[in-house]
Design a protein. Structure first.
Length: 400
């Protein structure tokens, strides 16, 4: 009887040990002994659907590269790409799907600032680290424990544009035409901050409503204010409309815009009108991309498709850069991967080498924005490309 009791006890202990193994492996959502599941939310069907395919390609390419190296701490990356439709409600549906149905560990990329604002509480409640693209300053100030921004915000880039103008023309009269939403207003605030820091001001501010195409009223306001530089915080259609109106007015005012317009797509849209147009962007043009990146694309991506795309940089490579930061955080977290160790792993990233394609990244416990700096490019309409006219530089305007 005693012997049978001992055997029964040993059997129960063994059974408990066996059942404990899978429970422990599955105790962190999206993490197993051999894999970690990450989400990439991009737009395939909504207003930003032009961006979805190149972004998804960039994420898939970098994940292939990492998995080919054996993954991170013995875990391969399991990438889930989901259509978020870019709008707040569709982004919420996509986020719930990848968290509750697909069971992802973290969201390495989400396209759209409005959608990001909608899903931050969901990510916070479910301990999901989130990396937003199209980010506004509020995502790092005041910020959120679960949100990391591996890209210069509109505030940062607008500050850079004003600093560029004033470094060349200290007495410049600067006006700004901006979209009246979170995207445009973040640019406006960055421009104001830089102007104030450099002891000047924007002489005219002209907003427009989303969807507006006729920019003649705003351009008349700029002319009446006698500006000699116009800062545009607009998307491509409005940028094209401003440049057409400038030609119509016979006005040689200088124009500089934001990163969303630094695409090759501008050349077939407005042709020679693009000549000399300036834009601020964190990414070097495709033609100046470092050899390390080109080699990676050739081996793990679709080089022919990417190199001929109107969005090779920053669209394709931006998503790749995000996942480089996320995976570095996972690496720093160590084998004991949890949401909390991931946060610590990301916050320990210092001067992460981006091979020169964009500024290196640094995070910290009180810094959840990877970099604030960017560069200035000029449109070369004849060769249908952008060329660097001012390299990556740190901002002098305070960004916190």
């Amino acid at each position: 009887m005693k012997t049978r009791t001992i055997f029964l006890s040993l059997f129960l202990v063994g059974a408990l040990c066996l059942t404990a193994i899978p429970a422990q492996a599955g105790s962190v959502r999206g993490v197993t002994d051999t894999s970690v599941k990450l989400a990439c939310l991009v737009d395939f069907t909504g207003p930003g659907k032009f961006a979805g395919p190149p972004l998804a390609m960039g994420a898939r390419m970098y994940v292939k590269y990492i998995n080919d190296q054996g993954g991170i701490h013995g875990r391969k990356i399991d990438l889930v790409v989901e259509d978020n439709g870019i709008l707040p409600n569709t982004t919420m549906q996509a986020a719930k799907k990848v968290i509750f149905k697909d069971g992802v560990f973290a969201i390495g990329f989400n396209l759209g600032s409005a959608g990001t604002s909608a899903i931050i509480p969901l990510c916070e409640d479910n301990q999901v680290v989130l990396m937003p693209h199209g980010a506004n300053k509020k995502f790092y100030k005041p910020g959120n424990k679960w949100v990391f921004v591996p890209y210069a915000t509109q505030f940062n880039m607008a500050s850079r544009a004003v600093e560029y103008i004033l470094s060349r023309d200290p007495k410049a009269r600067i006006g700004i035409i901006y979209q009246d939403d979170s995207f445009g207003r973040d640019g406006l605030e960055g421009a104001r901050a830089a102007a104030k820091f450099m002891k000047t001001r924007l002489v005219k501010e002209a907003p427009y409503k989303i969807g507006t195409i006729d920019m003649s009223p705003q351009m008349r306001m700029m002319k009446e204010a006698d500006v000699d530089w116009i800062l545009l915080w607009t998307y491509l259609p409005q940028t094209g409309a401003v440049l057409k109106e400038r030609l119509k007015m016979g006005w040689d005012v200088k124009v500089i815009g934001d990163n969303t317009t630094a695409y090759r797509l501008i050349f077939p849209l407005i042709k020679q009108l693009a000549e000399g147009y300036l834009a601020v962007t964190p990414f070097v043009p495709w033609e100046d991309m470092p050899s390390e990146v080109i080699d990676m694309v050739k081996k793990y991506g679709d080089y022919e498709k990417v190199s001929k795309s109107p969005f090779p940089a920053p669209m394709y490579l931006a998503c790749m850069a995000y996942f480089r930061a996320m995976i570095e955080g996972i690496k720093n977290a160590g084998r004991n991967l949890t949401p909390q160790t991931l946060i610590k792993g990301l916050e320990s990233i210092k001067d992460l080498d981006m091979w020169g394609m964009c500024p290196n990244m640094t995070f910290g416990p009180k810094r959840h924005c990877g970099y604030f700096s960017s560069l200035v490019v000029r449109a070369d309409a004849k060769n249908q490309r952008f060329v660097v006219v001012d390299p990556i530089k740190e901002l002098v305007t305070p960004q916190y």
